[in-house]
Design a protein around this ligand. Structure first.
Ligand SMILES: Nc1nc2c(ncn2[C@@H]2O[C@H](COP(=O)(O)OP(=O)(O)OP(=O)(O)O)[C@@H](O)[C@H]2O)c(=O)[nH]1
Ligand SMILES: [Mg+2]
Length: 439
């Protein structure tokens, strides 16, 4: 097996080829001239339903398809905890390998992060098949999507940070004294050299990022006295579509995961009240921590926002869990405690659930969701961004939050009395709206 990480550590110009993941994928594609074919492997833990593990693998398959990888089969093993040696047990691994060989599969994707010990042991068992874990897959998507210098540098940094601890045991069999060649320092083993190169690269990238961030900090400072709203939510819920709807901004929306990696800011004015709207990167279950760290300045757009517009795809089977993942991530980056509007998007795609009659059951229809604990807990609206149903109410709710904040900063603004009246009388749309780019 050629493990994906081998590329960097064994390539002569490894310190130059930072975009190793991309190259590796191109390599596979070029070899076979068709989409890479994969099997997915997940573990269903003791206290977890098998359907949950299946759902997680569906998401993993969606992540893989975003990179053009086709999923041929999924394997789930029920375990108390992942196997220490090879992630799944011996028997399961044999079953997987038999299938992989028979079908000529080129990639095995694990739904959890593999430790360096896992990688080493799997490396011994498997030949000619690429092994990827969830974090690596997400990092690769980010690398593909990043457009700005800032996002590209952030992804690179996250890739190297991901790699560094995994180098530790992986290369022990390469560790040997080697005299005076290339980058090697005096008395260093090959492993030490590799680690040093990566550490140097990390500190270089940190410096580069700091420089870029100083510029965006300055730009943000200039916006200090402006009201800022941020669209947040799980990936693929419709944030960019809503951004387009509100600002007529030409942002990219696609039915793939992590369509947005660079954040976009637009200035919007409603009834003479201006504010900034940010569309930013979506969250996902088990977002690699290296990504959260290196995307700190992008996520600061959320941290510094006055108002959050939390978008949810209500037609998704796991949308309640998605809300939890987003709330947990917001807590992690310290962006809670802001006035928040929960947008239940994609109502056009919602399919009523079937439950046995006369039994207690979770909400099964949109009407029932409207009466649910979630609707009670949150300032919310129901929306179809695609069919443009509920847009006026969305605008009105956003306007309420934004103008509340705006008049706190500018209590004497001339539009205050007019807008108070307008809101008290039910605020009929359309009202004046201008949009413009700010960067
Ligand atoms: N059926 C339906 N689809 C929608 C709706 N809103 C957005 N979509 C689709 O959902 C997909 C994702 O939309 P995006 O706007 O890219 O989602 P996002 O939240 O920005 O996604 P990321 O940037 O990947 O995190 C696209 O295919 C949209 O066309 C809606 O109201 N109904
Ligand atoms: Mg988006």
């Amino acid at each position: 097996m050629r493990l994906i990480l081998n590329f960097v550590a064994t390539d002569q110009n490894r310190h130059l080829k930072y975009n190793f993941l991309k190259k590796e994928f191109h390599h596979i594609k070029a070899e076979s001239d068709k989409a890479p074919r994969a099997v997915l492997v997940g573990v269903s833990l003791k206290d977890q339903k098998v359907e949950k593990a299946e759902e997680y693998l569906d998401e993993l398959a969606f992540l893989a398809s975003t990179l053009g990888i086709k999923t041929e089969k999924t394997f789930i093993q029920r375990l108390d905890h992942p196997d220490k040696r090879t992630f799944v047990g011996k028997g399961k691994l044999e079953e997987i390998l038999t299938y992989v060989k028979a079908e000529g599969i080129d990639t095995i994707i694990f739904d959890d992060d593999l430790s360096s010990a896992h990688a080493r042991n799997l490396d011994r068992e498997i030949e000619d098949v690429m092994i990827i874990d969830r974090s690596l897959l997400i990092l690769q998507i980010f690398a593909m999507r990043a457009k700005s210098a800032q996002a590209k540098t952030q992804v690179e940094l996250a890739q190297y940070q991901y790699m560094l601890p995994r180098l530790t045991n992986l290369w022990t069999h390469h560790s040997r004294q080697r005299g005076g060649v290339g980058m090697k320092g005096p008395g260093e083993t090959e492993l030490e050299t590799d680690k040093r190169i990566i550490r140097d690269k990390i500190s270089l990238l940190r410096k580069k990022l700091k420089k870029i961030e100083t510029q965006s900090d300055l730009r943000r400072k200039n916006r200090d006295r402006e009201v800022r709203a941020a669209l947040v939510g799980y990936t693929n819920v419709g944030k960019s579509t809503i951004m387009r709807l509100l600002s007529k901004a030409d942002v990219f929306a696609e039915n793939k995961l992590f369509a947005t990696v660079d954040s976009t800011v637009r200035k919007i004015t409603m009834n003479n009240v201006p504010f900034l709207m940010t569309d930013t990167v979506g969250f996902i279950r088990k977002l690699p921590t290296t990504l959260i760290e290196s995307f700190k300045s992008t996520l600061d757009e959320i941290v510094e926002a006055d108002i959050l517009i939390h978008v949810v795809d209500i037609s998704h089977e796991s949308f309640e869990e998605h809300i939890e993942v987003v709330n947990k991530t917001l807590l992690e980056i310290k962006a809670t405690d802001k006035p928040t509007l929960l947008v239940f998007n994609k109502v056009d795609n919602y399919v009523d659930k079937e439950y046995p009659p006369f039994e207690d059951h979770p909400p099964a229809t949109l009407e029932e969701w409207k009466e649910s604990y979630l609707a009670k807990e949150y300032n919310h609206i129901f929306l179809s961004a695609i069919k443009k149903e509920g847009v006026d109410e969305l605008k009105r709710k956003i306007f309420e939050l934004v103008s509340d904040r705006f008049y706190k900063i500018y209590p004497n603004h001339h539009s205050f009395a007019y807008n108070q009246l307008w809101l008290e009388h039910g605020g009929e749309w359309p009202m004046s709206e201008e949009t413009g780019d700010d960067e």
